[in-house]
Ligand binder design. Structure first.
Ligand code: ADP
Ligand code: MG
Length: 634
């Protein structure tokens, strides 16, 4: 058999280019990544050994050997782990697993944010490829644990291509030989390498030997007592498990013995991984039983809304010989999940109570996951509700309030919790729906993650016996609390009559004209009791699934929002003048244009106008008319 040449998958070398250039100050992480791969390979071997007796070289000691040739400028990292077959070498070292990686990088570069790449690297893990930051030539020699697989070597001299050829290697596992670049020769230094290993890999649970001396302590940090662990150790361990550079926002180090034995070391990161860009982003914690890694990214011991948590969970009660299928149904796993969930939620409560600033940071990054929890975790809903935070028409700067704060602040006579779902804060703050509540001095919660918030509100109808009510709903539904449908119907009729009676005849004519012009675009036109400074607003009829509409809008392409009620403010000068114009010159072509414009303004303010730019020609016509009026007066 002779050698075969391959080129890297297209993404790889472009990603490499970017990584190599932007990670310069963190070049020493290449060693962390290679040692972590070696440790993973040893963990996998350990697991095979327990579940599969028939492996190659079963008695080889499980360890990592690092060798530095200071003369020749070569570093070698060798493990007795699971090894790779020829196909695995090609697959694993020739492609970047996450398809979004390149796009992500290019986006960052486009935005001129190269400097933040190091912080973001934990989001995809360049892993093995980080070695190209320091290597001129890399040789990976490997022999699989599978008995009949011969040894192969993979050689690359740069990020363009690699070759694979058969080789002689008797012992099981992988050996990575790095011939250093000229500008990375500083790493050909045993003292330096020892330091880097201590810094990043002290707690790797297999011996790491340098010059026949074991360098790392192999402490399972999570099995130590919290008061024996320094903050820096937590930090480095967090970076090791999450492949990142940031500091954790919060550390949860927790052990129990009954009813089940559990040691865990969990972290809340300081920022959220970009799950939208990386839908395939891996989440989950490392799951150990008696120091044997059972799952690298276990999704079984935490509910998915806590997927931002990183760390390690170790339980001696877990059977070692578990498979993916059996683990999910295991009673122990269910019990671990319950314990961890409660622990994490309690911890968040504690932060919320005692560390306001930290909780604020947490909420900014991970609040959306708490909402996810309210929606999906019925058992813990009460707990989760207390963790929710909101902006409102009364919060200042960074201030956020809880539902309990809201209840405490509200005036006695206010008997509901009011909210407004909007696309963003500015839109919420400028909404005409607010006017009435501002005048009363009532607080309105702003919910500005429309999709999640719509789901959230579907699950959150009342809090402590008070109803949550949207303010962009038309009158009867918002104010007439508790009335039966029939009563409400009667009230609606009465109100309608009152409108007719109280208001001037010209308003009635305006209403008719508006209905005629807008037709099916609206359900109804009526006088508003809720508007103060604005001429009109669009309000939904209650029971019309206002929440659902938002959700549909974001989930369905070409979704056409059902029509709403157009409320006109009879006291607004625009409305009064428009009535006058209809009275005096009902054929004036401005009338219909202004009606359309008012309608579209209301849509725009609600974030529901599909093509805002289409209104410009009409606005120009209206401006021209205004100018003509103004100049004619002189
Ligand atoms: P990750 O470790 O996040 O999967 P890497 O880029 O670090 O990504 O490594 C890619 C893959 O190459 C690993 O998933 C593993 O399958 C394989 N690999 C790397 N190093 C080793 C090793 N020392 N022994 C066995 N397999 C390895
Ligand atoms: Mg890796």
């Amino acid at each position: 058999m002779s050698e075969e040449k391959y080129t890297f998958q297209a993404d790889v070398h472009r990603v490499l280019d970017i990584v190599i250039n932007s990670l310069y100050q963190h070049r020493d992480i290449f060693l962390r990544e290679l040692i972590s791969n070696a440790a993973d390979a040893l963990h996998k071997l350990q697991f095979q050994k327990i579940n599969n007796a028939d492996i190659y070289d079963p008695d080889a000691e499980l360890k990592i050997i690092v060798d530095v040739d200071e003369e020749k400028k070569i570093i070698t990292i060798k493990d007795s782990g699971i090894g790779m077959t020829k196909d695995e070498l090609r697959e694993n070292l020739g492609t970047i697993a996450q398809s979004g990686t390149l796009n992500f990088f290019e986006e960052i570069k486009k935005q001129g944010k190269d400097a933040s790449i190091p912080e973001l690297i934990g989001q995809f893990g360049v892993g093995f490829y980080s070695v190209f930051m320091v290597a001129r030539k890399i040789t990976v020699r490997s022999r699989s644990y599978k008995k009949d697989e011969p040894a192969y070597e993979w050689v690359s001299e740069g990020a363009e291509s690699f070759i694979i050829r058969p080789t002689e290697k008797e012992d099981r596992g992988t050996e990575v030989i790095i011939e250093l670049k000229e500008d990375a020769e500083e790493f050909a230094d045993k003292t330096k390498i020892r330091e880097i290993i201590k810094k990043y890999s002290d707690y790797v649970p297999f011996p790491i030997e340098l010059d026949d001396e074991v360098v790392n302590q192999q402490t399972s940090l999570w099995r130590k007592s919290p008061n024996e662990v320094k903050e820096e150790e937590y930090e480095k361990f967090y970076q090791y498990v999450s492949h990142s550079f940031d500091k954790p926002l919060h550390v949860i180090h927790y052990s129990v013995d009954a009813p089940l034995q559990l040691n865990c070391l969990l972290f809340i990161p300081s920022f959220r991984k970009n799950i939208l860009l990386f839908p395939e982003t891996e989440w989950g914690v490392r799951l150990y039983s008696r120091n044997v890694l059972i799952q690298e990214r276990s999704k079984d011991v935490l509910p998915s809304y806590l997927r931002f948590i990183e760390g390690v969970v170790d339980s001696e009660d877990l059977p070692l010989n578990v498979s993916r299928e059996t683990i999910q149904v295991s009673r122990v796993v269910a019990s671990i999940k319950k314990t961890l969930t409660t622990k994490i939620l309690k911890e968040l409560e504690k932060i919320a109570r005692h560390e306001a600033e930290k909780y604020q940071k947490f909420w900014k990054e991970f609040g959306i996951f708490i909402k996810d929890g309210v929606i999906n975790d019925e058992k813990n809903r009460e707990r989760l509700l207390k963790l929710l935070r909101f902006k409102s028409n009364k919060t200042k700067d960074d201030e956020l309030i809880s539902l309990d704060d809201y209840l405490q602040r509200k005036p006695e006579e206010q008997d509901a919790i009011y909210y407004l779902i909007a696309d963003d804060l500015v839109m919420a703050e400028n909404s005409p729906h607010l006017e009435y509540y501002e005048e009363k001095g009532w607080e309105v919660l702003f919910l500005v993650e429309p999709v999640v918030d719509s789901f959230l509100l579907m699950h959150l109808r009342t809090y402590k016996d008070l109803q949550l009510k949207p303010i962009d709903v038309t009158e009867e539904s918002v104010d007439e609390d508790g009335a039966s449908e029939k009563e409400e119907g009667e009230k609606a009729v009465k109100k309608e009559e009152r409108d007719e009676d109280d208001l001037r005849p010209s308003f009635k004519k305006l209403k008719e004209r508006v209905k005629e012009v807008l037709g099916d675009k609206i359900l109804e036109v009526k006088a508003s009791t809720k508007l103060r400074g604005s001429p009109c607003r669009l309000a939904a009829r209650e029971g019309f699934g206002v929440q659902f509409q938002r959700v549909y809008k974001y989930m369905t392409e070409n979704f056409i929002a059902p029509p709403k009620v157009l409320e006109l403010n009879p006291n607004h000068p625009i409305i009064e003048k428009l009535e006058l114009l209809i009275e005096s010159d009902s054929d004036n072509e401005l009338i219909n244009k202004i009606i359309w414009q008012l309608f579209e303004n209301a849509l725009l303010l609600d974030g529901s106008l599909e093509q805002p730019s289409a209104m410009v020609p009409r606005v120009n016509e209206i401006i021209l008319a205004a100018l003509e009026g103004a100049t004619a007066k002189k």
